[in-house]
Each structure stands twice: as C-alpha cells, then as structure tokens.
Write a protein that binds this ligand. Structure first.
Ligand code: ARG
Length: 269
C-alpha cells in the first residue's frame, strides 16, 4: 500500500495521473471499458472523476487486485450510477485533492474528508454522508491516557488532515510530525520515532489490527463530518450529488455500503 502510494505520488508530480491505466487509477463500475484519458473535462461528459487517497481503510484502500476500493468508492459508484455516469478513480496524496478539484483534474473528492470552515473557503461540500472521529493511537504501556496528556509529546499525523491541523493548533508545529499517509505514521510509532498518532477512527482500527502492541485511547480527540468535496461554485454537480446522496440514504444503499465494510462489532468500539 505504501509503495503504491509513493509510486502514485511520483505520477502525480509527473502530471500524468489521468493518463495511466495502472493499478488504482481505474473505472469502478464499468469493468473493461477503455478509459477516457484525454479530455473528459467535466462530469457532464459522462464520466464522474473521483479523486481519493487510498491509504485510509475502510473508506479507501488498494485491494489485493491493485484496485482502489472501499466505502467512498462504492458511494461514488452508486452516485455515478444514479446520474448515469461512469466512475473513474484517481489515487493521489491527500493534500493534492483540493488542488485537483480547483484545477478541474477531478470532479469530486471522496476521501473521508472532513468538512472544515477553512476548506469551505476553497471547495464546496455535499451533505455529510458519515461521521468521523479523530482518535489517538499509542503503544501499549504508553503514559498517554487521554488528549490531556498530549502536551509536549511528539504526535504523528497524515499531512494536511484535520489531525494535522488540530494538533498543530493545539500543541505547536514543533510537536507534530507529518507523514504522507497513516500507515507511515503508524510505522513511526511502532519504531518509537513518535509518541502517538492522531488519525480517523476507522482507519485507526485497521492500522491497530495490522500491528501488534498498539491501542486506541477511549477518549476521542475530535468529532467531525465527512462529505464529498466539489469545485467551488459547481452548484450543478453539487445539487446532483446531493440529490443522489439523498436517494441513496433513503433507500438504504448508503447504510448497506457502510455495513459491507464496518461490522457492527467494530463500530461499537
Ligand atoms: N478526515 C480527515 C480529514 O479530512 C482525514 C482524511 C484522510 N483521508 C484519506 N483518504 N487519507 O482531514
């Protein structure tokens, strides 16, 4: 997953992310169609171009088959379906998503993205489709027992995420260590390079399950809302997306997508 993400970063930097047919950048709902890699300039062209950062299970991750999958991909596929569009998914760094919307490189960003006032100055958000929680991951035996103990500690975060933004504000930049993705932050915690990781709860559960000797503190750090980001001012697409979301919520599709990836057991944690 890490290797993939780093490979994707160089592709992004090379400016070629839409032109490749590799791995995670693919069509989710129309299996073998050749992708329109040239000029699909807007969702009206029949393709809904979704940007994401697939290091964030169960919302988005690279599956064993090399394709990006997860809750956000399924939601975007269901929306595209409602709108009679084809879905194209591009994996990129998290902090490239808003610039990609602004430069019309993608139409929507679904990345477990939290609605914040600062982001609202740069993009529009759909109605919220899920709740997020920032939690704290520590090593077993850590002296950090709650957010009150974070002062003076070295905190790992994913660059540009709300964990990064909040911790920088609360504890100072010198105590916040940025990583390209959650798994890299967690690896640094395992290797004792940092004291904790502040990150979203569902990915945190996945990271903790994948590494022994880690735990999530009971007291959360912050509650938030996830929504779909869209280029500022693209009210036509925003309205369509909100209309589709409403239908998907009303007919139970949204819940069944979440249930497919998050078991009631782990959600109860
Ligand atoms: N909810 C957090 C935020 O919006 C983290 C999202 C990270 N998403 C991802 N796909 N890596 O800042």
């Amino acid at each position: 997953m890490k290797k993939f993400s780093i490979a994707m970063l160089s592709m992004v930097l090379a400016g070629s992310m839409l032109l490749t047919g590799c791995g995670g950048s693919k069509t989710a709902d129309s299996s073998s169609d050749a992708q329109d890699s040239t000029t699909s300039t807007s969702a009206d062209g029949g393709t809904l171009r979704m940007g994401t950062n697939a290091t964030f299970p169960p919302y988005e991750f690279v599956g064993d088959d090399g394709n990006v999958q997860g809750i956000d991909v399924d939601i975007a596929a269901a929306i595209a379906d409602k709108l009679g569009m084809k879905l194209e998914v591009t994996d990129m760094e998290f902090d490239s998503l808003i610039p990609a919307l602004q430069s019309d490189t993608v139409d929507v960003a679904l990345a477990g993205m939290t609605v914040t006032p600062d982001r609202q100055e740069n993009v529009d958000f759909s109605d919220s489709y899920a709740k997020g929680v920032q939690v704290i991951i520590v090593k077993d035996g850590s002296d950090i027992a709650s957010p009150d103990d974070l002062e003076g500690k070295n905190i790992g975060v994913q660059t540009g995420t709300t964990g990064d933004i909040y911790c920088t504000g609360d504890y100072g930049q010198e105590h916040v260590k940025q990583f390209n993705n959650g798994p890299l932050a967690v690896a640094a915690l395992v290797n004792d390079q940092i004291d904790c990781v502040v990150i979203d709860q569902e990915p945190a559960k996945n990271y903790v399950a994948a590494n022994s000797g880690l735990k999530i503190l009971d007291t959360a750090y912050a509650d938030e809302d996830y929504a779909i980001a869209i280029k500022k001012g693209n009210t036509e697409l925003l309205d369509k997306v909100n209309g589709a979301l409403k239908e998907l919520e009303g007919d139970g599709t949204l819940q069944s997508i979440v249930d497919k990836y998050i078991s009631a057991d782990s959600a109860a944690q």
